[in-house]
Write a protein that binds this ligand. Structure first.
Ligand SMILES: [Fe+2]
Length: 176
């Protein structure tokens, strides 16, 4: 882990420890959620801490209102049926707050997520294979299962799945 990733994750979890939120109703799903079981199987037998993350998420998932982005720049044609985002902590999440966010993105196989950027800084933890791109001229890279990386505020980024579904945890923290 690089220093920014380590510092950001510490800041996010310090804020989470302080608590602050309210609860949403949950239960909304989208077609891509059918790939959640297949993605979970990709996590099995890897490192125990990732299995623990998956077990925690599986327990929370029925309570979550999944969301979708409305497509966007460079997204694949199958983006709408091919992706879903779960906000665990953050706007519309199980704990609604906007200083920090913790969520998971799920991509069905062969889906290219749109280029996007946001003000909060962000870290990703990849639970399955998949490719990512960050920075305006960045090449695609594979963090690998358990790989993590840091997006500084407003950095353009995207992800894409290959033959398997992609599952990645992200944490955002408002800066400034
Ligand atoms: Fe992002």
């Amino acid at each position: 882990m690089d220093p920014d990733t380590r510092r950001c994750v510490n800041d996010v979890f310090a804020a989470l420890e302080a608590g602050n939120g309210e609860r949403n109703e949950g239960g909304r799903r989208f077609p891509a959620c059918e790939y959640l079981d297949a993605a979970a199987r990709l996590v099995e037998g890897k490192r125990p801490e990732f299995e623990a993350i998956m077990a925690s998420f599986t327990a929370l998932e029925p309570l979550i209102d999944w969301t979708r982005r409305p497509g966007g720049t460079n997204a694949s044609a199958n983006i709408m049926e091919g992706h879903a985002n779960a906000m665990v902590v953050g706007p519309g999440g199980l704990e609604a707050r906007d200083d920090v966010q913790v969520g998971i993105s799920l991509l069905a196989p062969n889906v290219r997520y749109p280029d996007h950027r946001h003000k909060p800084e962000e870290i990703y933890l990849c639970l399955t294979p998949g490719e990512f791109r960050h920075g305006d001229d960045g090449d695609w890279f594979s963090p690998g299962v358990g790989g993590s990386f840091y997006n500084h505020p407003d950095m353009l980024h995207a992800m894409r799945s290959g033959e398997q579904p992609l599952l990645a945890v992200w944490c955002l923290r408002r800066v400034g």
